[in-house]
Design a binder for this molecule. Structure first.
Ligand code: DAH
Length: 337
């Protein structure tokens, strides 16, 4: 009998050390079968109960039941630990993908990129200037008289006396010419600010793209050709360009230029207010006064300059009828482009 009890003890420590070293669920299941199944090791011991003298049987039975409980408890504990880890580490490959949205450029900046690409193709470089400007660069150097209405507090956001948010990208012309001798051939896209009440066609912040080409022998014909080439690349070869006499302090002669309506092809529609033309911006030959300010010899050099309403171009190409949509940053709107 002692012999059997010793064997049972040995079995107990064997079983427990085996359970101690198990490290996955599959191995645990195998051990469970090995130890506790009907043909398992513990069953063998139970089989011996009937073979020992009757008075010994209760003791042997009780000992086996104790060990069985110890082993079952240990198995359950180990199994529970595995389930915890599984819960934490489990990755279900069959779950449907959660929708995620990849960001992209704002439609305005997509237009800026396309404008840059087109002008790169004609040899223009990109120049930049600050959004916060001095009134010297925004007005004086551009030959804008002291009493010009655009300087009014009602049109311009002043930060303090002499410092303002630029009202156009034209100051980049001056900054570029101050730094570099001709030839100069740049475009300058960027944000501009005016104290306008927002409506479908006005926003206090908007985008322009300035252009400037100065060299010997640059003519008004070059200006017309450049703008026309741009219009056709941007909107297709059937687009017509029209130049109307105008006045700007920094160009002489000055024009405003229009594209034939790209919505109706010039026949007349709501977008072009039934006149077939869309106003884009102003342009002209750089005024000799401006050359004088930056120290260029106006006897030797001529140049053209132009502005361009990036918002207008964006609205036309994507058929957006309210400029405010471009600045509200409602992702439901922006995602469409
Ligand atoms: N700066 C002008 C504006 O904001 C647009 C403009 C007109 C730019 C004529 C030019 C130009 O470079 O030559 O309305």
């Amino acid at each position: 009998m002692d012999d059997i009890l010793n064997k049972i003890k040995e079995f107990e420590s064997f079983a427990l050390s085996k359970l101690e070293s198990v490290n996955d669920k599959k191995a645990l299941d195998a051990i469970k079968i090995e130890l506790l199944s009907r043909k398992g090791r513990l069953s063998e011991f139970y089989g011996m109960v009937s073979k020992v003298p009757t008075e010994m049987r209760p003791k042997l039975g009780a000992e086996l039941n104790r060990i069985k409980k110890v082993i079952q408890d240990k198995i359950e504990l180990t199994d529970k630990a595995f389930r915890e880890v599984f819960k934490k580490e489990f990755f279900d490959y069959t779950l449907p993908v959660r929708a995620s949205f990849i960001g992209h450029k704002h439609p305005l900046l997509q237009t800026v990129d396309d404008i840059i690409t087109i002008f790169h193709g004609m040899g223009f470089e990109v120049a930049h200037g600050p959004d916060v400007e001095t009134d010297y660069y925004n007005f004086d150097a551009l030959n804008t008289p002291e009493d010009h209405p655009s300087r009014d507090l009602s049109d311009t956001f002043y930060i303090k006396k002499g410092i303002l948010l630029r009202t156009h990208t034209s100051p980049v012309q001056i900054r570029t010419m101050e730094k570099k001798k001709p030839p100069v051939k740049i475009i300058a896209p960027g944000r501009c600010y005016r104290s306008d009440t927002p409506d479908a066609s006005h926003s206090p912040v908007f985008y322009q793209c300035e252009g400037l080409y100065v060299d010997e022998g640059v003519s008004f014909g070059d200006l017309k050709g450049t703008i026309t080439a741009f219009a056709r690349t941007m909107f297709g070869k059937n687009v017509k360009v029209r130049f109307r006499p105008h006045f700007f302090p920094f160009t002489e002669p000055s024009v405003e230029y229009d594209f034939s309506c790209i919505i109706c092809g010039g026949k007349g529609c709501r977008v072009c207010k039934y006149n077939g033309w869309l106003e884009i911006s102003g342009a002209g030959m750089v005024d000799p006064e401006v050359f004088k300010t930056v120290g260029y010899d106006s006897e030797k050099y001529t140049g053209f300059a132009f502005g361009m309403g990036v918002d207008r171009i964006t609205m036309l190409r994507y058929q957006i009828d309210d400029i405010r949509l471009l600045y509200e940053n409602d992702v439901r709107f922006i995602r469409q482009f």
